[in-house]
Write a protein that binds this ligand. Structure first.
Ligand SMILES: Cc1cc2nc3c(=O)[nH]c(=O)nc-3n(C[C@H](O)[C@H](O)[C@H](O)COP(=O)(O)O)c2cc1C
Length: 174
């Protein structure tokens, strides 16, 4: 199948919206990304898929650091700014930023931020998959996550149906 068909299918895959940041040669880089997930719990590792053409790609590849900042629903305008509406360092005029262990920009307004050092990369086609070991984590603001589905921003609505997981069993499940 071709890339166009694949993208039509992937539009239905709802994702949490994050801003991946990095710091290279004294400049801040950042981009909106949904292709992010937890990879392993031990060691704590996240996975991020970044297009080779994105300006943040080179910064992450060279500096070997990145931070995943999980956005709140009310911060959807940050997602717009970091996906092309603004460019370069000026993207960081939006939101409140600090730094932790790696020096990559950390969004104080995020739900949570994972400050990572790259431990493995896999180049495949248009993207590179970066595995980042989490050096520091900042639990940020309370709120609901910003979601993206069918080309639109969305907000989480919990179902009243369904049973909670049995005591002692969590997502990591064993
Ligand atoms: C909701 C949303 C999710 C995105 N997810 C990704 C992603 O996971 N990986 C990626 O490489 N680009 C993703 N993009 C596209 C980049 O954010 C966009 O191409 C960005 O402008 C690239 O940065 P640059 O303009 O500095 O090159 C996403 C865009 C949006 C709006």
């Amino acid at each position: 199948m071709d890339a166009g068909q694949f993208k039509i299918g992937m539009r239905t895959l709802a994702g949490a919206v994050n801003i991946i940041t990095s710091m290279h040669s004294g400049h801040c880089y950042g981009m909106t990304a949904t292709a992010v997930c937890s990879a392993t719990a031990d060691p704590p590792t996240v996975l991020a898929c970044i297009n080779k053409l994105a300006s943040t790609h080179n910064a992450v590849a060279k500096s070997k650091v990145f931070c995943v900042n999980v956005l709140r629903a009310e911060d959807w305008q940050l997602s717009t700014a970091f996906s092309g509406a603004q460019s370069g360092d000026s993207r960081f005029k939006n939101g409140n930023w600090t730094r932790l262990a790696t020096g990559a920009p950390v969004l104080i307004d995020a739900l949570v931020s994972f400050d990572c050092r790259v431990v493995k990369t896999l180049a495949h086609g248009s993207h590179t998959v970066f595995l980042g070991q989490v050096e520091q984590m900042l639990i940020g603001q309370k709120g609901k996550p910003l979601l993206y589905s069918e080309g639109q921003y969305a907000k989480l609505a919990s179902l009243t149906l369904g049973e909670p997981l049995p005591e002692g069993l969590d997502y990591w499940g064993f």
